[in-house]
Write a protein that binds this ligand. Structure first.
Ligand code: ADP
Ligand code: MN
Length: 517
């Protein structure tokens, strides 16, 4: 592209409007010439534009400008977005088709032991089928991004078939397909086109050349964005998230993002040093950034938490999946704020941006506080921790009107001689249709952990449930106890059906449920 520009400039040495023949002549100088960036840059520019447009409020104004600066283009945006749209549509179509195949398969197989498979007729092949959303999938920083770690067509033993029909991993066709699949593992900003879903076969030579190109493209783009804060963390997130993180650093809100603390199924947590305070905000010296994953696989089974939470009910039905992910982050923020107000030790919310929640870091010098499951406490501390948790569960229920719903030794940190509660995106109000069941589960986890940990005073799960909720369920075995819990939940739901309103609390002694007007 450059050479065209240079040649054209050479053909028209005098600057300014050329002679008339030049504008008519197909070989004349094109009116606009500067086109010296790669598709990757154009894509990130477009992304930056999109994000900027989407920006709900005017936080980080100086950063938006900075994001525009380095890559100025103007051309190609429409075509590239058309291409992207086309690819997305194609992907959607292919997935729809595959889903249909799967339904067919299921219908035919029923629950018979011998089953048939339409695997070979699928459009989106195994290497893609586990990322069911249109967002760029996540990459684990610990893996070589160029290694195919998803199922490939060659089984472990290295060959398929029998006798003379044997096919080894060196087979040209198999190898070609595998190479095509591996392209998916290139860096997210490397546009591989829509070949991945097709039966393309790349020879080793072509694949290696592409791989080399992807490497150098990545290095080039890394140089473009070179800043010390863009270090280890960036590979683990998709481009949109990366941009959000860049903005936070560029705005000075965060000093540096140092690295990843945890990669879970639903979120990735980073550590960062806090930056400058603004007029209305003091940034803690160390922050934790929880990024909710934008692929939905792991969130599907969490529907029940949010769908029935009346605070989010009206909005749920109207939202697309990506917005629902943001609601998890939002929910965590609201819940943390309630807890903070009640004085429960928990991370303090700094800022929420889409699916990215910044909060204070529990720990010191980049080392997160250990989870309760990982720390060995003296029996005295263990007892102290138990009473603290009992107290926190009561506060959570009574003052915050919340049930943690994922409370266990995995989500409690030991820091500064006390227990801190984290991970409250799934927490619900007690009157949630399954709220009391969740509470009972929490109680079981807590009580088992401390009973096993040798705290003789620890209540059993049923006693703990009553102590936290103030309810007085008398059943002396688990089955009856749970039946009573479910009956209470049902009563509450019936009340909603009949009165269109939720009870604000459960009654504590078998009286008709109290409803606070
Ligand atoms: P997940 O849903 O992935 O379990 P969590 O909120 O539990 O998400 O975070 C995962 C891990 O990240 C935690 O177990 C904890 O070790 C670490 N972590 C999360 N938030 C913080 C924080 N504010 N300070 C320190 N470590 C944190
Ligand atoms: Mn957790």
């Amino acid at each position: 592209m450059d050479s065209v520009g240079v040649a054209a400039a050479a053909a028209a040495p005098e600057a300014g409007p050329g002679p008339a023949w030049q504008s008519k002549c197909p070989w004349g100088a094109p009116s606009t010439t500067s086109m010296s960036c790669s598709l990757a840059d154009v894509m990130s520019e477009q992304l930056a534009k999109e994000l900027q447009l989407e920006e709900e409020n005017a936080a980080f104004p100086e950063v938006v400008a900075a994001a525009e600066g380095p890559f100025i283009t103007g051309e190609n945006i429409d075509t590239s977005s058309d291409l992207m749209l086309a690819q997305m549509l194609q992907m959607e179509f292919d997935r729809e088709y595959d889903a249909q195949l799967r339904r067919e398969e299921k219908k035919i197989n029923g629950d018979s032991k011998v089953s048939i498979s339409f695997e070979n007729y699928r459009k989106v092949h195994p290497y893609d089928s586990d990322s069911s959303e249109d967002e760029v999938d996540w990459q684990d920083t610990r893996h070589d991004p160029y290694r195919a770690d998803k199922p490939t067509t060659t089984p472990k033993r290295g060959f398929i078939g029998k006798g003379k029909d044997i096919t080894t991993k060196h087979d040209e066709v198999v190898c070609g397909r595998k190479n095509t699949a591996r392209m998916e593992n290139f860096a997210p900003e490397f546009q591989v086109g829509d070949g991945i879903g097709m039966d393309l076969k790349l020879s080793n030579q072509v694949f290696n050349a592409l791989k080399q190109h992807a490497y150098s493209e990545e290095r080039r783009s890394a140089r473009l964005h070179e800043k010390k804060e863009h270090s280890t963390a960036e590979k683990a997130v998709d481009p949109k998230t990366r941009l959000l993180l860049y903005k936070m650093v560029n705005s000075g809100m965060l000093e540096t993002i140092t690295g990843c603390i945890s990669t879970g199924k639903e979120s990735v947590v980073f550590h960062a040093y806090g930056g400058n305070a603004t007029e209305d905000k003091v940034i803690p010296p160390e922050c934790a950034i929880k990024v909710f994953k934008t692929t939905l696989n792991e969130f599907k089974n969490r529907d029940k938490y949010i769908k029935d939470d009346y605070r989010f009910k009206d909005r749920f039905s109207k939202l697309n999946p990506r917005k629902i992910i943001r609601m998890w982050a939002e929910k965590e923020m609201h819940n943390l704020t309630r807890m903070q107000n009640a004085g429960i030790p928990c991370p303090q919310v700094v800022i929420l941006k889409k699916h990215v929640l910044v909060m204070s870091f529990i720990g010191q010098d980049q080392v997160p506080a250990p989870k309760l499951k990982d720390v060995t406490l003296s029996s005295e501390d263990m007892k102290k921790a138990y009473y603290q948790i009992l107290n926190m569960m009561q506060q959570l229920y009574r003052e915050c009107n919340l049930v943690h719903a994922d409370l266990s030794e995995y989500n409690m940190l030991w820091h500064d001689g006390k227990v801190w509660l984290i991970d409250v995106s799934q927490s619900v109000e007690p009157t949630h249709p399954h709220g009391l069941e969740f509470l009972f589960r929490d109680c079981r986890n807590v009580s088992q952990f401390f009973q096993k940990g040798g705290v003789a005073e620890a209540l059993n799960e049923r006693e703990l449930f009553n102590a936290v909720s103030g309810l007085n369920i008398t059943a002396d075995n688990e089955v009856d106890f749970q039946a009573e819990i479910e009956a209470l939940e049902k009563m509450n739901e019936d009340h909603v059906q009949n009165h269109g309103k939720k009870l604000s609390t459960f009654s504590s002694d078998g009286d008709p449920p109290i409803y606070d007007e």
